[in-house]
Design a protein around this ligand. Structure first.
Ligand code: AMP
Length: 297
């Protein structure tokens, strides 16, 4: 089983071409709706009692939501704006609401999960969640500028508690204090994880182990609509393929990085999670095949 902990959010996303208000988003939403194409995924998160019924249905129809709590109060809300080329994001508002005092609990029986992802969230809470698992084969984390600025030491502690760290280029630079991404990758591994992945938006990603640096270009897309959640969708594809293969050898890891890029590329083709609702595993395998052809010249 894959267990995903993070935010389920109402996102307001502003691009120069359209504004989408209070649509379904959140790090856990993107990751789990991506990984569920590959393997059974269980969600641990919290929403308020303002969370729309239609969004609840999307989660219930696609995921195991035993670990999803509904509390009195407002759902986490994130408001952001993208610039003209949809590469840089400015965070306008981060309203923590019900996530602020939420005590995450891993449901009984789920502590045996083998693949665990903790996404953008309070790093202290991510550590608390990680500590509730028995012995996962792979634990992965992500974070976002908000937490690096607010809880830097906890973010570093969280990275020490996982065996795979997945970050954006800007976040990796902020944490490691170096402009060079290869150095950032190496320094992230020195903190403890066996694997590090640095994502570079439309330019792809770089996967690091102690012995390997594996750079992958971005999938060439003509239309990018909303980059929100690309990173978490990447993590979903990465963990999803590892879980369905249930192997951690280099070839499977490298294929999983490609599946991560594939899922990130689908996520950005429409607002919010809309593209995932129209997607099937054949579309994913087809794009994976195209990707491999592009890489194999
Ligand atoms: P990504 O684009 O992959 O970095 O993730 C974006 C998602 O993370 C959005 O759907 C947001 O709802 C969520 N998010 C943004 N800021 C935070 C935060 N400070 N804590 C938790 N989740 C966040």
């Amino acid at each position: 089983m894959i267990v995903v902990f993070g935010t389920v959010a109402l996102d307001t996303t502003r691009t120069p071409f359209k504004v989408a208000e209070r649509i379904l988003g959140g790090s856990a939403t993107y990751c789990s709706l991506s990984s569920k194409f590959f393997y059974r995924t269980s969600l641990i998160s919290v929403v308020g009692n303002d969370f729309p019924e239609e969004f609840k249905k999307i989660l219930l129809n696609n995921l195991d939501t035993t670990g999803l709590k509904i509390l009195d109060g407002k759902t986490f809300h994130y408001d952001s704006t993208f610039d003209y080329d949809l590469s840089k994001r400015i965070s306008n508002k981060t309203e923590l609401n019900v996530i602020e005092n939420f005590k995450p609990e891993v449901p009984e029986g789920y502590e045996k999960a083998e693949y665990v992802y903790v996404g953008n969230n309070d790093p202290r809470k991510n550590i608390e969640v990680l500590q509730q698992f028995d012995k996962p084969k792979l634990t992965a984390c992500d974070t976002i500028e908000f937490w690096i600025k607010k809880r830097r030491n906890d973010v570093i502690e969280m990275i020490k508690n996982v065996n795979c760290v997945i970050l954006n280029d800007d976040e990796a630079r902020m944490i490691i204090n170096s402009p060079n991404l290869v150095r950032c990758g190496r320094k992230l591994l020195e903190l403890g994880p066996k694997f590090a992945i640095i994502k570079k938006g439309e330019h792809g990603s770089v996967f690091f182990t102690e012995d390997v640096v594996f750079p992958v270009p971005g999938y060439p897309l003509e239309e990018i609509v909303d980059p929100t959640g690309a990173g978490d969708s990447f993590a979903g594809g990465f963990l999803g393929h590892l879980a369905r293969q249930n192997k951690l050898d280099l070839q499977t890891l490298q294929d999983s990085v490609i599946y991560g890029n594939v899922m990130g590329s689908f996520a950005v083709e429409d607002f919010g999670i809309a593209r995932f609702l129209k997607l099937n595993i054949n579309d994913i395998e087809k794009r994976f095949g195209n990707y491999k052809n592009i890489l194999n010249f």
